[in-house]
Design a protein. Sequence first.
Length: 553
Amino acid sequence: MREPYDDRSGRARTVTRRRALGIGGALGLVAAGGLSASAALARRTPFTGAELRSAVPLPPAFQVPLPLPSVLAPVSTSGGVDRYEITQREATVEILPGVRTPLWTYEGSFPGPTIESRRGRPVTVTHRNDLPVPTVVHLHGGRTPAGSDGYPTDLVLPEGWPDAVHVTHTGPGGPGHVTHTSPGGPGHVMHDPRAVVTRLSRDYTFPLDQRPTLLWYHDHRMDFTAPAVWRGLAGLHVVRDDAEDSLGLPAGRRELPLMIVDRAFAADGGLDYPALDPTSRERPGVREPYLAGVLGDVILVNGAPWPVHEIDAARYRLRVLNASNARHYELEAITDDGHRLDLVQIGADQGLLAAPVVHRFLPIAPAERYDVVVDFSGVPVGSRVRVVNRLGSGRTRDVMAFRVAREATDDSRIPRVLSTDLPTWRRSDAVRVRDLSFRTGRMHGGHGWLIGGLPFDPARSDVTTGLGDVEVWRLIADVHHPVHLHLVGFRVLSRRDRPPLPHDAGLKDTVSLRPGESVEIITRFDGYRGRYLFHCHNAEHEDMGMMANLEIV
Ligand SMILES: [Cu+2]
């Protein structure tokens, strides 16, 4: 098999030593020498963003047990709908051993509780906002009616949030009116007459009429998504169906969700984040060196630093999510004696592939998911398999480890045919082709991240398409931009005018554009009419303008 990243070869290693320069330096070049200089520099770096350094002692790797997020129990299952309640609240959690870290959480934990659902069975989640700021919930990858999709101005206001200062509304659930200050400062105000603002709580309904896969829910508030997710507002949502259950894939305790993030810790034990306004109340944005993205020096999996998990010598299904704000990973699994285990990809963002794809390492951008089977049966009992990020250096090279604890029987299998329902859209099906650039630029007198040369404006129409239309989008990037479409899954048609890479297989909702790269995707705008979004899922880029409206009529 062709190695996906062979075009970058060994250069990344030399560049990581120049970390002090980072992309902060590259952004300096944007001002001095224009976009091409930025792209030229970024092309030689494996990351986009700048790394915070923790101010507390960090634990050794592979000591803390891997937590598994608790599965939320429904409050009701009557009437064909599973009903859940989640309270968004502050909580203090021990992430690093002996260190107390205040977080913003769903139900007091990070990650939030997992919701397990069945294809086609609706789920309603009542989110109550007990946090000090407005929130918005988006179910990433959900095929969701627009009213429950978490549009960034559909705020849920906390108690005591002043109506008059930034938001006015006509009543809970009623038509709202949001006035919001932009990153450009208080002089620039945006109006969104279509916002639906509620106070204290909101019901989100998810029909889940979609392929089974790993979704995740997270905050999506206008201008403040990055700090809110960084503080802990993220959780998993699994969709299953009978067809997938009958495949014989590793299941039960041999199916593990792995939510990977990076974070940094301040001297007081709290999470460090370079916000201009640490309260996330008024002024969005981050300090200049971090404009390209905020990276942490601690890798957490399911909320634990560099954890270890005891396993059987058997196949495991690993459902990997990169929930980091800006960090990219190239994951590989290496035994202590240096042997690399195959990563057998069975699924992408939007569910099962047609057939398994074997990787030696897997690149994963923010918000992407991979469903992977790893066979540990050949690993001697008592030894260890490390999951490593080839793009990291020093401590960020380690992610987690598995310790093989015992021999075991294994009746799981990986069928040669995993699914037969993947869309087969062809170029000739497309009723239109759009070109969309994802680039840095000026926004309201400051630095921004732009789509098609424009920063996000909720009141502007960007893409309008008909329900059922098939379109080809040609996306082009300056630095790394993981591009995410709400509502629909898509297929990757080409990368750099060449065939897609092996990890582009299947149905995706987020595609990783690497520096200077163009990618073509094809999709059918199916499901629901209404106002949706597409955006960069580097959370800092997203907050600094890199979103656009997707109107389905
Ligand atoms: Cu971006």
